[in-house]
Design a binder for this molecule. Structure first.
Ligand code: ADP
Ligand code: MG
Length: 236
């Protein structure tokens, strides 16, 4: 198992946002956690990345307990996040933003080879390489954020609500790219989403998070047909 989260609890000022969440992600899987606004999706990813410390439970990554490890130690082991609302460096160019993805890495990254491959998936990033990142559209910024996280060949990519604020056509495109990253490179991805239809469409497995509790889990295909999921998350 690449990632094993057991009974994770986290509180803000004594108020619990996650009440003992357990989930697993295997190498090569694309797994989604779907949930409404406020369910605790961002809290979960931030805790996995080490931006928040849990009040209980454990996180194992590549067999090691990283529950209390610092963010940079997790990043060094290959964990990367595409945060909520693509946090790009708006004053830097697209190319400089991409290079930030390898900054400080101890492991030698074959940057040119990675760039060529990422440009084949995200041609717009090559076309706009010299452009200041703040001038990109929302969809392009999301692509930049994903590409930057992927340039160092991560072992686990965490993706926080990448569909937010994107037009439906772009949502499909970005999700198709994530599916390609998973399929072609075998990149393991854990994504959290309100957009249940789009995320279940590309995932192998999924969990449903409701106000801090996992209430359902299963194969993505089965979830799409699940009565409760259809009613609560697909509006069918
Ligand atoms: N920094 C914070 N301080 C206090 N409460 C927070 C903070 N961040 C999130 N919360 C609360 O934790 C719960 C989960 O939020 P969040 O993880 O952002 O959910 P989601 O990403 O699913 O929308 C919400 O009730 C939210 O109000
Ligand atoms: Mg969120």
């Amino acid at each position: 198992m690449l990632l094993e989260v057991s009974d994770l609890t986290i509180a803000y000022n004594g108020l619990e946002a996650l009440h003992g969440v357990s989930l697993q992600v295997d190498v090569g899987e694309l797994v989604s956690v779907i949930g409404a606004n406020g369910a605790g999706k961002t809290t979960l990813l931030q805790t996995l990345m080490g931006w928040q410390l849990p009040s209980g439970g454990s996180i194992r990554f590549e067999g090691r307990d990283i529950t209390r490890a610092q963010t940079h130690a997790r990043a060094r082991r290959g964990m990367r996040i595409v945060p909520e609302k693509a946090r790009i460096f708006s004053q830097l160019t697209v190319y400089e933003n991409l290079m930030m993805g390898v900054y400080g890495m101890r492991r030698k990254i074959p940057v040119d080879k990675r760039l060529l491959w990422l440009y084949s998936l995200f041609p717009v990033l090559e076309e706009r390489g010299a452009q200041v990142a703040s001038t990109l559209s929302g969809g392009e910024q999301q692509q930049l954020s994903i590409a930057r996280a992927c340039i160092s060949a991560p072992s686990l990519l965490l993706v926080d609500e990448v569909s937010m604020g994107l037009m439906p056509r772009l949502v499909d495109k970005v999700f198709e790219l994530l599916k390609q990253l998973n399929g072609e490179e075998g990149l393991t991805i854990l994504l959290v989403e309100q957009n249940a239809l789009a995320s279940l469409g590309i995932s192998h497995r999924a969990y449903v998070l409701e106000t801090g509790d996992i209430v359902l889990e299963g194969k993505a295909g089965q979830m799409l047909n699940d009565e409760r999921v259809r009613e609560a998350y697909l509006g069918i």
